[in-house]
Each structure stands twice: as C-alpha cells, then as structure tokens.
Design a protein around this ligand. Structure first.
Ligand SMILES: [Zn+2]
Length: 258
C-alpha cells in the first residue's frame, strides 16, 4: 500500500543509494532534484485526496455494497440553510450525517439540537475550519477536535466517533492527532463541489454521473443552491430506485461510542 511512511522510507533509501553510488561513479545531480520533486508530488497528491489513505485511513464508500444504497453527508453547518435541508430530508424520509464546525454550533445550537432530534447523525469537522488547518501541529489539531467534540456531546450525550478533516486534506499532524483522539475518518467518493460553484445544473449533473451502490455523497448545508440541488437529487434517487441509508449503516460503523 502506498502510504506516507512507505513512500518516505523508499525515497530516503533511494537518495542514500544515490549518495553511495556517487562515491564510485559521478552522478548528475539533476537526478536528485527529479527524485525530490517526484517525492513532493506524491505527498501533495496523497494529502489532497482523502480516498488515497496516504496519511490516514479514511472510509469513503462501501465497495462491497451491491444494492442501490448510498449515504448523504453535509459539511460546514449548522447554518440557517440546515433548516431547509432538514425539511427536505423529512419529506423524503431520509437520514443523513452532518459534519459540523464547532464555531457554527456555538452560533446555532438550536439547529444542532433539531438535527439530532430528527434522527440524523453528527460528526466533527474541526472548530474553526481554518484554511491553515493543514499547517497546524498535532497539538493544535487535537485541541480543535476536542473543543468541537465537547460542543457536540452536549447534545448527543455520547462520545463522537466520526471526524472529517476540513477540505478533505490530511497531513502527518492530523494522523498523529487522530491517533490520540481515536476518531474514525469519514470521507466521500461523490463530491458535489457545491462550495466551488453556484451552478445548480452543473452540480446536479456532476453528482448523478458519479452515483453508484455504496457511495457517500458530500454536500454543504450552507447555501441556498445546495438546498435546490438536494431537492432534485432526492427526486433522482427515488426515480432510480436508490435507497438512502445512513453512513453508519453503509459502513457498519457507529457515529457515537456506546
Ligand atoms: Zn468543510
């Protein structure tokens, strides 16, 4: 398996070998630069792609699921748009998982309460969702996770098991922090990119092209266009005989520690 540890060991070995060979044959040092660039490239790819399992094992779908079953997740709430999302989910009798940001829970505690009261699951999505989260050290990441867990647990009364890293980016520091907190990382394999564009049609077409049994969809409960996409998407799933189940059921994992 290509992980951060294996890759690092391989490249350190390669570079040491080059230095040794250089004692006997003169090597063009451009090779050294090429090797380091490839190494950095692999690291960047592994960090940016949550499903690569490069730094952290992430559950992004259930590849063994043969039936038309998928799970829907929402990131970055709670927000005022969460209420419209909840309304739609209720109408279609669908249960979802909400990955909440700590500071947004502080702003909308009553919405978080409603999410849980209506039978949905919640997970941790950091406290600040800072664009610099990937540069935080393990201690700071652990503090972010614990602070948000405390806020969530006031409502769930059970220990939170699921964590989704901001932007889906993973780093060695995130791996170290998670080793201490013990959270399971939940990713996705159907990314709507609804945070990048407001073009409903584009987002909708992007999702339905990627829908397959065992998939996990990523949406955001932070904008009105995402609500409209969800409405269309739920209709599409119904028409195509897809059943929406919870992440817990799809992955056979518990959102909370019992
Ligand atoms: Zn996010």
């Amino acid at each position: 398996m290509i992980t951060h540890k294996n890759t690092s060991l391989f490249f350190v070995f390669l570079l040491l070998s080059l230095v040794l060979v250089n004692l006997f044959i003169v090597i063009n040092w451009l090779w050294l630069i090429v090797i380091v660039l490839i190494w950095l490239g692999i690291n960047a790819f592994g960090s940016a792609r949550i499903s690569s399992n490069y730094h952290v094992k992430a559950f992004c779908n259930n590849p063994l699921e043969r039936e038309k079953k998928i799970a829907i997740t929402f990131d970055d709430g709670p927000s005022v748009f969460t209420l419209e999302i909840l309304e739609l989910l209720k109408k279609h009798n669908v249960k979802a998982t909400f990955f909440c940001i700590g500071k947004n829970i502080e702003a909308h505690p009553e919405i978080l309460k409603q999410i849980i009261a209506e039978g949905h699951s919640v997970g941790n999505h950091s406290y600040n969702h800072s664009p610099f989260f990937d540069f935080y050290n393990a201690k700071k990441i652990k503090t972010e996770i614990q602070k948000t867990d405390e806020l969530l647990e006031k409502f769930t009364s059970k220990k939170i098991n699921f964590f989704r890293p901001p932007y889906g980016v993973t780093t060695p520091s995130i791996r170290r922090a998670l080793k201490q907190t013990g959270h399971k990382v939940i990713g996705w394999n159907i990314r709507s990119l609804d945070g990048g564009t407001k073009n409903q049609k584009l987002i909708f077409n992007r999702i339905i092209k990627r829908v397959s049994p065992g998939g996990i969809v990523l949406l955001h409960d932070t904008a009105s266009h995402s609500v409209l996409v969800l409405e269309q998407f739920l209709q599409f799933l119904q028409q195509n005989n897809y059943e929406v189940i919870s992440v817990e059921e799809l992955l056979n994992l518990n959102a909370y520690e019992i």
